[in-house]
Design a protein around this ligand. Structure first.
Ligand code: GLC
Length: 494
């Protein structure tokens, strides 16, 4: 029988962004909260080894250094194709686990987290990935598990297996690539990779076009591929969602799995949320009316408890199906509802949102900004949230909304399917789902929700079901721990 080694399990987490340092999207939430959930899980669970988990992110210029105890740990050279770049690694000791911020010339000190020029980002994230692996070598900390995320750090598993550069140092290290968004593969970054001396893959199983792109290189090299929901793990094996890699992924499907993201239930808690006007629980749902009245008044909309308030809190882009929603809303002319959209993104779609507000001044508002405080207030006030995503690897908004008693109306895809139950029977229903990514299907689904809203006792049951659902990190932390331990056992057995 194989036994778990008694020493400490060493896990390296790499990501382009992570809370509390910097967050641009959902990846930042997950990369910050998963290590912390794992630390708790390992501490609370008997018979598990000790966990030494460390997070690596680039030292982006927007990180507010004064908020954290950061000190320089080490500097070392990183070899590019024809130039050597110094990497400066800063350690932060203010979290539950060590976090490292990596700086160096290829990570510009005056730019945004993601650069519009893919070559700049190619060089930046190649340097960052190389520096992570070099750091391990320099300090002699060789992780048992490397857990990289999305295209930006997908090169870490690829590099750890590059024996020309690193010999057999990482022979026993097992690697996982977390997939939060498959279509973003790091296309157009080739020149940046080349500058850092990173060679394309020779693996004939990968389509030719993918052999120099960071995400496919990581998918090919990693021992496990973990998408952020089980539904998305199934979807990426199909032509509709596989982005041309479905054939390749199908050939290695035994290493593909999905683990649902959890929610930070401390930050998102309607019973204690300091950002909302009136806090509440599922036993005092009537208090939500105060929040609704307050926000509608602030936005110059009339308050009527019988008029459902639909909210959308989203990046304004194609993936999120904003165009489908706008089309559907326009067609719901005879119905009573109000809609508030919060978010920024694609200028053409933002214009379409503005037009909606202009054509429905007594019903619609578009708040063109990223506003965390306002998002809390909207979750606590809205009756329904519309999430018509074309694809959704996991999605956090539906989870937050359910916790706040705001009922999701969503496309039946990826993590949305895995978290929302549309059972027609009010006994366990938590939301409303539609299959096809079309305005008609979206419209019909909204109508179904509007009709259900009329029966208030039934509606409150749906709200309470959502609020009762356990969406915390607990279950998922266990699943990640199981993955780590099983890989670890494999690498330590003779
Ligand atoms: C990406 C996905 C989203 C997911 C998030 C965190 O932003 O689009 O569905 O929730 O990553 O994993």
């Amino acid at each position: 029988m194989k036994t778990v080694p008694s020493s400490t399990l060493k896990v390296l987490v790499a990501a382009s962004e992570a809370e509390p340092f910097i967050k641009v999207g959902g990846l930042g939430d997950v990369a910050g909260s998963l290590p912390s959930a794992l630390v708790d899980y390992f501490k609370e669970t008997p018979d598990l080894p000790a966990l030494d988990i460390r997070l690596f992110i680039p030292f982006h210029s927007q990180i507010q250094t004064s908020k954290f105890a950061i000190k320089k740990e080490i500097s070392f050279p990183v070899m590019g194709a024809s130039e050597t770049f110094m990497a400066d690694v800063y350690a932060c000791g203010s979290l539950k686990f060590p976090a490292y911020l990596i700086a160096g010339e290829p990570i510009p000190t005056d730019a945004s987290v993601y650069d519009p020029n893919p070559i700049v980002d190619g060089k930046k994230f190649s340097f960052f990935s190389l520096a992570i692996v070099e750091f391990c070598r320099a300090v002699g900390w060789i992780p048992d598990i490397i857990f990289a995320n999305d295209w930006h750090t997908a090169l870490v598993p690829y590099l750890a297996k590059d024996q020309e550069r690193f010999g057999l140092i990482f022979e026993k290290t097992r690697t996982i690539l977390g997939v939060h968004n498959l279509p973003f593969m790091g296309g157009g970054t080739q020149a940046g990779l080349k500058e850092m001396g990173i060679k394309p893959s020779q693996d004939f199983r990968l389509p030719k076009w993918a052999r120099h792109m960071p995400l496919p290189l990581g998918l090919d090299s990693a021992d496990r591929i973990i998408t952020v929901s089980p539904g998305y793990a199934r979807e990426i094996l199909t032509p509709e969602f596989g982005c041309g890699l479905d054939g390749f992924l199908y050939t290695c499907q035994s290493k593909v799995t999905g683990i649902l993201n959890g929610l930070d239930t401390v930050t998102w808690n309607p019973a204690k949320d300091p950002l909302i006007v009136e806090t509440y629980t599922k036993l005092s749902l009537q208090k939500r009316a105060v929040n609704k009245q307050e926000i509608l008044t602030r936005l110059g909309l009339e308050y009527d408890p019988r008029t459902p308030l639909i909210i959308m809190i989203s990046r304004i882009d194609q993936q999120k199906g904003i165009d489908l929603a706008l089309e559907a809303i326009k067609n719901l002319t005879g119905r009573k509802f109000q809609i508030v959209i919060l978010g920024v993104g694609d200028p053409a779609l933002e214009d379409a949102c503005k037009t909606l507000e202009e054509t429905m001044p007594d019903k619609a508002r578009f708040l063109q900004r990223f506003d965390q405080t306002l998002s809390h207030q909207l979750y606590s006030a809205g009756d329904m949230i519309l999430i018509p995503s074309r694809y959704e690897p996991c999605g956090l908004t539906q989870m937050i909304a359910m916790r706040y008693g705001c009922v999701p109306i969503a496309r039946n895809t990826g993590g949305l399917s895995d978290t929302i139950l549309d059972s027609k029977l009010e006994t366990d229903q938590t939301g409303f789902l539609f299959d096809k990514a079309s305005p008609e299907a979206c419209e019909k689904c909204i109508e179904r929700a509007l009709n259900a809203f009329i029966n208030q006792p039934g509606w409150q049951k749906i709200q309470k079901n959502g609020m009762k659902t356990d969406l915390s990190w607990k279950h998922s932390a266990k699943k990640y721990a199981d993955e780590f331990i099983s890989l670890w056992k494999k690498s330590s057995s003779p």
